[in-house]
Design a protein around this ligand. Sequence first.
Ligand SMILES: C[S@@+](CC[C@H](N)C(=O)[O-])C[C@H]1O[C@@H](n2cnc3c(N)ncnc32)[C@H](O)[C@@H]1O
Length: 303
Amino acid sequence: MRARSPRDLSRPRYKASATADVNAVERAGEMHHPPSQRLVTDPFARHLVQSPVFRLLAASGPVARFSLRTFDRFYGGNHAHVTLRTHAHSEQVRLALADGIDQVVVLGAGYDSTAFRMDLGAATLFDVDTAPTQRAKQAAIARAGLKPTGAVVYVDCDFESQRPSTRLPEHGFDPSRRSLVVWLGVMYYLTEPAATQTLSELAALMAPGSRLLADYIDAAVIDGTTPHPGARRSFRSVKRRGEALRFGLTPETAERLLREHGFAVTDSLRLGDLAARYGPPDGVWCKLDDWFGTLVAERAAQA
Ligand SMILES: C[S@@+](CC[C@H](N)C(=O)[O-])C[C@H]1O[C@@H](n2cnc3c(N)ncnc32)[C@H](O)[C@@H]1O
């Protein structure tokens, strides 16, 4: 197990994730739009929101819509990406299950609601996050009396100091069988060594034919050269919450990184592509500032 550097240790691991809570309230707020304008339909998100202030914001239609528009004015691009990527997530889960994959891993799951909003059938969902976030999520699930549609296994794992390749098999994950790994909204919060180490771990865990859905943030957001004011504000705001954005890529370096770790990229989407593919009939109401990418990849056969 790798030791955490002093810089990593400054991150407050004893706290549940604040950024996961922001993502949950973004999904919850969308339920106050009519279906033809809704960027995502997640009726369970509101039960998983943690902060009492966020719960209030998500409770009333006018307040939720005003809050989302204010958020979007400051952090343009974030809301569209966070909500629309959920469609890619759902689509990959559906495709994997239809193809006989029966292990779905959501890495850095935060307050993701897949286990409630999708029919898992005979598949097992491995929900992986740090221990404080998992505790907060499980308490919210118990409070709301939510019942998963299938088998869910909670795996606490800190990617900076623990190995998914140990933690997942300890909880019943079978590396010899194919899997789908969803890794959304996480890679950019890790240090580069932890992100690449996690990818190596995934390569070891995922049988050939397994699939990976991951997203990345532009390297220009990390080095401060991004032209998008919303991205610059996000960088500063996330840092204040103690979950700094640390690792960025470009479409080219992201594809190369996955290739170097044994994954063949089958789809590379920018925010405009997500909007064109998954946007609602009335169009996307918020900004589409382009500073995120989303990749679908397949674990190549081992040489
Ligand atoms: C922005 S949230 C995204 C949550 C969720 N994937 C979503 O889309 O709503 C980032 C998530 O990554 C998790 N995360 C960040 N650093 C981590 C680490 N070192 N080990 C495990 N999880 C981590 C956080 O706890 C949080 O749940």
